[in-house]
Design a protein around this ligand. Structure first.
Ligand code: 3EB
Length: 336
């Protein structure tokens, strides 16, 4: 068996799960502040489409130990480490050094805990598309991230974790301001041994994007295939959008969705070949820009992946202005 499984549940169940020492992590999607703090609980300030409030929970096979050091909260179960860091932004035009510091802390804590291999990192930041100090904030974030990953990962282009990077509007923002609210929120999964980096044959690797997308290209892999032993595989799928080669394709939501689904299918085929067994989507997280309706999206995605795959729809700003939708998720081998 894999050392943990991932599922979606409602708010109430998520609260109750905090009493369980087999809870490895819990990701809550919501705007409001949550009273209970717990190293395993991570709040992502993205509202769900349709007003429901769900959470993602990682359930461990064995009991979990938790801790907090250097501003990083973590939980581990002997095979996998969950960790998170939230950095306030005192100066919104200093996102690059702030990102670099957050990444250094994550890597230091993961290594000290004995889980030096990052499999998957989630990144959330306010006003991701806003220009600040002459550079779009997403691009400043990418610069800080690559600075640390290039220095930390030996053979960086074959060892990159899967990732997502999404934005949310900062509250109390005045028109034209760069915001200092909300802060940078990262959470991650690390392992004792490395996973296998997977790239998408339809897409240029993000770390090879040409300079028109920013001074430092985005340091992430399209997916990471992790063999947890005994034929059990997890495929951690990065945020996948309507990008072919390095270019964004289509201006309409539904056509972007179709292209995204083709990208996901190609990625799954590539990973299944590497694993020498079929990998099936187990759950999907769909990010859409605000004001998009989820119903036609849900139907179309269910057509492609099957109606049994749980999905959560979140409002978010995608890291390229023109992209309207991005899908990430977990795929597993038959009996994980
Ligand atoms: C793309 O394909 C879309 O910077 O970590 C997707 C997933 C995207 C992760 C990141 C960016 C990131 O380039 C954007």
């Amino acid at each position: 068996m894999a050392p943990f499984t991932i599922l979606y549940c409602d708010d109430h169940e998520a609260d109750e799960r905090l009493d369980d020492d087999h809870l490895l992590a819990q990701i809550q999607f919501r705007g409001s502040v949550v009273a209970k703090t717990d190293p395993r609980r991570c709040v992502i300030p993205l509202p769900e489409l349709g007003g429901t409030t769900s959470a993602e929970v990682w359930i461990s096979r064995t009991p979990v130990q938790v801790g907090r050091v250097s501003g990083v909260s973590y939980a581990s179960n002997g095979d996998a480490l969950f960790l998170q860091v939230h950095s306030d932004e005192y100066a919104p035009d200093a996102l690059q050094p702030l990102t670099a510091i957050a990444y250094r802390r994550l890597f230091a804590v993961a290594s000290a805990q004995g889980y030096p291999h990052f499999l998957r990192i989630w990144n959330y930041l306010p006003d991701i598309n806003q220009e600040c100090g002459g550079l779009e904030r997403y691009r400043a974030f990418c610069a800080g991230r690559s600075q640390v990953l290039d220095a930390t990962l030996a053979g960086v282009e074959t060892r990159l974790p899967a990732a997502s990077a999404l934005g949310f509007p900062a509250s109390g923002l005045h028109a034209g301001d760069c915001s200092a609210e909300g802060g940078l929120r990262l959470y991650a999964l690390a392992g004792r041994e490395a996973g296998e980096q997977i790239e998408n044959p339809r897409q240029i690797s993000a770390f090879h994007y040409p300079p028109e997308y920013g001074p430092r290209s985005p340091s992430f892999s399209r997916a990471v295939l992790k063999h947890w032993g005994g034929g059990y595989y997890h495929l951690y799928i990065s945020g996948t959008a309507s990008v072919v080669g390095h270019a964004s394709r289509h201006s309409e939501l539904m056509t972007q969705l179709d292209e995204t689904l083709i990208n996901l299918e190609a990625l799954l085929a590539e990973a299944s070949q590497r694993a020498a067994r079929p990998l099936q989507p187990a759950l999907l997280r769909v990010y859409v820009r605000p004001d998009c309706a989820s119903t036609p999206l849900r139907e179309r995605i269910a057509q492609a992946v099957g109606s049994a795959v749980p999905m959560v729809f979140l409002q978010a700003d995608i890291c390229r202005q023109e992209l309207l939708i991005e899908i990430e998720g977990l795929a597993v081998s038959a009996a994980s």
